[in-house]
Structures are given as structure tokens and as C-alpha cells.
Design a protein around this ligand. Sequence first.
Ligand code: IVH
Length: 685
Amino acid sequence: MMLPFKYLAIIRFISENKDMTEKEAKQKIEKLRRDLEYHNHRYYVLDDPEVSDAQYDRMLKELETLENQFPDLKNETSPTQRMGGKPLEKFEKYTHRHPMLSLANAFSEEEFFEFDARIKRFLKTESDIEYVCEFKMDGLAIEIIYEDGKFFKAATRGDGVTGEDVSQNIKTVRAIPLELQGSIPKRLEVRGEVFMNKASFENLNKMRQKNEESLFANPRNAAAGSIRQLDSKITAERRLDFFSYGMGGMGEIEGEKPKSQWETLELLKKLGMKVNTGTKKCKTPKEVITFYQKALEKRESLPYEIDGVVIKVNDFKLQDRLGTVAKSPRWAVAFKFPALEETTVIESIHVQVGRTGALTPVAHLKPVNVGGVTVSRATLHNQDEIDKKDIRIGDTVFIRRAGDVIPEVVKVVTSKRTGHEKKFKIPKLCPICKSDVVQEEDEAISRCVGIDCPAQLKEGIIHFVSKNAMDMEGLGRKIVEQLVNEKLISKMSDIYDLTQEKIMGMERQAEKSAQNLIAAIAQSKKVSLERFVYALGIRHVGESTAKSLVEAFGSLENISKVSLEDLENVSDIGNTVAKSIFSFFHDEKNKKEIQRLLSKGIHFLKPKQKSGKLSGKTFVLTGTLPTYSRSEAKKMIEDHGGKVSAAVSAKTDYVLAGQEAGSKLKKAKELGIPILSEVEFLKMV
Ligand code: IVH
């Protein structure tokens, strides 16, 4: 029998180690522990790994095997402890030596200015105070105690005085060192926030949905739920993260003690703790406001959730003078962001029909303010989502709004159920044209099969005329609906038969706007091929696929005639997309419609001359430019024959960097790629 390589390697390893003396094993174990902690720090704290995950796992496995072979050499701060231990019966209580305080909140600029004024009044000064501004991590506060540089215990905040000993669980968090580096204090109480990043949260909920387990409403609940696990093996799977932002007592720090919050963060970093790099020292209240606003802008794009910023007086002498009121220090405030999540009630569920006939159930909600925006609708995606989350009409639900995307129902608050809630099923007939609704196999989406469904027609035409497609300015949703309702158009090409008189014949259409519309329609006949292909509304063909098609096949005639196989050979086109394109161009009705469109005078602009000043050059954009938006800069580069790529690689010629440029800029520096400011770039073109 042939054994796989993996097993052979383990057997070889065991037999090689069989005759090891305890002394040899000790040396090897110590080296492995040191190396593993070193790589752990590089990976989880510095975000700059030196070895692959597989290498790390092999070393960890090797250490585990050795520790099992020599149980006397086991130790509480060995990296093998990160894999979780025996489940606990219950958590022991832990009383903090120094109480863990909470923070007072400020919900507006005025409230922050009041905080600043209060501090100045208290300190009897009119000079500006130096603040340290940090992100307010949306997780849970933890204290980790190190004795003689080794992880000793970790506890939750609890009521601030007594929390729970969650050491086993905290040890599974890779961003938390089990041994400190540098000049080690006798005892150290590190304070910080354990949290789950957005990607881990999404994955966790996806898994839970698949396993029909209840979902977590947000990353904070997921992190708290994971820390409250009695079985630390489960916590180990949850991929928690950690940022430290302070210390408990400082009495036992050797040498010079930090004199400010800033120095504390510096010291924590030196000891090997993970500290957020977004932290900033601010010398005036105005700088604090700018920090807040920038953090609010960055909020969506950060890999973890923050719910505000924390402003702390930097100087410890001033902190001491300010002291504490009730359970919060006078020297710090949590300057909160508007919440992204609220609960409300689903009043009804309606179905919308899209351009491809897809039926989307939409929850109509009791209006609620979410982060400054009134939300009255949330997408329910499809029937599967409704069933999995068991969403019913009348339910109280958590809704979340993130950026510009349509608000979503995260989960149902089942404890609020009265028994009067009603289940919802997508209708078997299209609510608009009464055609059959089908749900294709292995597709979650239900579709109306009606070829003349007015809803599909309207959405298809709205897409056809939209800005990034044929760009007919002035032809918005309202007018398209009016045109379809009054039967002036029943397919895309009918738009080109419209006349000023016909438009003016409709309600609320004046001469001037009709004239403008006709002009915009005429203007649209001159179009690039890729826009036209995108405008056709072929299922699965967005702007970038349309562009790839044109690049690969050159003309509409070629695109409409290529084989399925040739389509699949285009780099970003897979089987489903290829099939969709192929069947679109082989459908008799579509062929006729395309011919009709062309007969109306649509003609394609020659592809942009690639011989501009930037011809052959690849750019990567990062950060916010002072005057141009990203899409404007992209267009400018492309207009001059250059290409814009998403990621920095050896093939990148220039990186155009604005403010708040992040990892792309770092990578460009590492690769020695020229970095341009907006001004330098403008000079080039
Ligand atoms: S300092 C006395 N800094 O916010 C200072 N807290 O309501 C106590 N938090 O319980 C905390 N990020 O869970 C501080 N950068 C940060 C923080 C932070 C999140 C949490 C922490 C605390 C709560 C205060």
C-alpha cells in the first residue's frame, strides 16, 4: 500500500524523534516555540508574514507531537495552547486589580466641544490640550495579565470590577502574544478590544446559515459569543483579532514608565502587542474633528467595524488631575458614529420584477432612521433567504445599512413574535404580467418567463438608456414608464422612432424638454461598441465583461458569431456567462432587434487610439486625490492610451497616490515603482 506523502513525513518524523533524549527534545521544543511565536507576531501583529500558512501549521504539528511524546515539557504559554483546551464547566470570576472604566459618549461635534471646554475649565487653562485619537473598536473589552512576560490570565470587563476568567479562549487569539518581547515587566495588565473582522463575520454567518444555526446580528455579537464559549476549540475556529489601547496598573513596569497615552501605545508595541496604526495625536479640537470625519469616511472600507473614535487626553499628569466621575474618566470620551443597524417592523412584503425577469422580494418597513438616513425598504434577496432567516410579515427585524448598498434584513428578533406574523411565498404568477414564475435549478432566483412583461421591458429600457450605456440624458425612469404605459415603445429600437410631437403628446411633457430628449436620443447613436454591448442588457454582462468581449473579438459581428468555446476562452468569462452571451446572440428576436437598432443609424466609434502619451503604461490608483475622482482619473489615463489595473505588481508602471493611500502604496515602494501625485500626473498628460 502506498501511503500519502503527508503520512510518510509524519512517520519519518516520529521515528527520527523516537530516540531523542529529553534534553534534545527540550531544546527542539524551545526552538519551535520561539520560532512559532516569532512567525505568529509577524503574521498577526505586523501583518507581514515570512512563512506560508502550511509551513506554520507543519511546525505547530511538530511541536504538538513532541509535547505529546514528552508530556513533562508541556507548558501553559506554548503556541499549542492556541488550539483550545478541554471545555470548561463554567467561567471563574476574576476581580480586576484596577477597575476597568467605561467611557462617556459624545454624539455630535457640539458635544465633543463641550467635552473639550469642560476639560479646559477643570484644568483652569485656555490653551489647547493634546489629545490622542483612536478608533473605537466595536468588540469587547478584555484585560490580559502577563507575569514575568508570560501570559497569565485574561478576563472580560464584566461590571468593571469583576469579570470572568476567559484565559483559555483568549489564548486562541493569534494577535495576542503568549510571551512578551523586549524589556519585560514583572506584571503587566494590557487592556484592549477583542473583535471579529468583517470577512470572518461574513464567513461565520454563511457557515451558520448552511448549518441552519442562528445568525449573529453583527461582528460584535459574534466576537462576544465566541469569547463566551466554554469550549475554547470553538473559539479557536472563530478567528478573532485584537488591538491593545491601554494598561491597567503600571506599578510593576521596570525602568522608565510611560508618561502619556502615546508613550503607552509605543511601549505596548515594543512589548509585541498589536496596536492600531490609525491612531493620531491631535493638538487642537479642530484636528480632532477632522480625525473623526476621516474615520467616518474610512469606516466602510476598514476590514473591521468601528463605532466611533475615542479621544483621550495624552498627558498622564493631566489625566490624573482630571480624575474620574462615576465609572468614566473625565479625560476621555467616545465620539460615536451614527449607528448602521436598527430594529424595525416589516409591514408588508412586495415583489419587484427586474430587467432579466428576476423577482426580488422587498420588505416594506416601518420607517426608521439608520445612521442619518430614513430607511423604509430592505431587500430580502430571494425565497431561500426568506426561508433560511425565517422572515415573516409583522416580524421585528434587525436591519443594516452599509454604504450605498440597499439595506438588508440581518435577522429576526424572534422573542418579539406574537404569533400573528405571516409567512411569505413568492407568487407563482408574475405580479405585473401574470406569466408563470419559474425557479431554475441550482438558482435561488425566481423569474418571470413572460417575454412581453412590461416590468422587464421598462427595466431593460431604463438600463439601455442609462448613463454608462447609451447615455440618453433626460430619459429617466419616470418618462420610460410613461412611454411604455402609453405604448409608445415596446422595445429598445422604438426609442429611435420617437418624435418631438409624440413626446409632447404625453402628459407633463413640454416642448423644450421634448426637444432636448430628441437631441439626446440622436446623439446616442454615436457610441462605442462596448457601451452598446453593455446596453443590450445581456444577462451576466456588466461593463467589464462587455469591454473584454470587444477587446477579444473586435466587432459586433464577431461577437455574435463566436462559438461557445471561444467565449469561454476569454479570461473573465466563465461557463454560465458564455452560455448567456451565446444564447442571447442566437435568439431570433434579439437578432432582429439588433438589426433594427443598427438600421436606425447606430454606429460605433473607432476604438480609442491607444497611441496616447500613456500608451503601454499601466497605472494603479490609490487613496483620495485632491481634485479628481477615481473614475475621472481612470478615464483620463485611458483617454491617453494608458491602462488602469486594480493591484500593484511588477507590471505596474506608475502608482497615482492620493491621501490615505494604504497597502498599495506600501507595495509600490517595496517594488520601487514610481509614485505620482496628482500634480505630477497632470504634468504627464
Ligand atoms: S479606552 C477609560 N479605547 O469602548 C478608558 N476603549 O465605553 C476605557 N473601546 O469598554 C476604554 N475602542 O470596550 C478605549 N480605543 C479604545 C476603544 C475602547 C473600543 C471600547 C471598550 C470600552 C468601551 C467604552
